[in-house]
Design a protein. Structure first.
Length: 175
């Protein structure tokens, strides 16, 4: 999709995949969100963190988000740097890889995010309890960020299998 705004010197790009917490197995909750984090941890040509540094070097900013049905990645950059950032994005999705150390370190980041955003706030606790009761046995009942017990049990093989299943060109979606 292209929505031109002629007086804006920037462009926002977004890549979204049709994968979210509703696609996870009961004992693998939070895996979609965790993979969102891992997508910033390197490729065959970029070391961990270099993707974000390159976007910033090109005058931009970036982030990602995970929902129940999709995961999105976006950058806002100067319009004249679009080609550079699209090359970075293509590399990230074609050649993503993460080292064991990054895999282990990032799960701690996700667990801390869970503690801060869910377990430490009344609205986070309420939303988690409400979804669990409202959706009951549906995958929509578990939290996007995952249950702590599941976050503690991921293996590299599980993450790679999930990534290979969902991070494919035919799973791109417009949102």
């Amino acid at each position: 999709y292209l929505v031109p705004v002629k007086n804006a010197p920037t462009v926002t790009t977004m890549v979204a995949y049709r994968v979210g917490s509703a696609d996870e197995e009961k004992d693998q909750t939070g895996l979609s969100h965790y993979l969102e984090h891992l997508m910033f941890k390197g490729t065959k040509t970029l070391i961990p963190g270099q993707f974000s540094k390159e976007v910033a070097r090109n005058g931009g900013r970036e982030n990602a988000f995970t929902g129940k049905d999709y995961t999105g990645y976006y950058q806002q950059i100067p319009a004249n740097r679009l080609a550079d950032v699209m090359r970075l994005e293509a590399d990230r999705f074609a050649n993503n890889q993460w080292a064991d150390a990054e895999f282990a370190k990032e799960i701690e980041v996700v667990k801390e995010e869970r503690r801060l955003r869910t377990e430490s706030t009344p609205t986070g606790v309420f939303q988690e309890q409400f979804d669990s009761m409202f959706w009951m046995s549906s995958p929509y009942s578990w939290p996007v960020i995952g249950w702590t017990s599941d976050l503690n049990s991921y293996t590299m093989d599980e993450a790679m299998k999930y990534w290979n299943t969902y991070y494919r060109p035919n799973n791109l979606v417009g949102i």
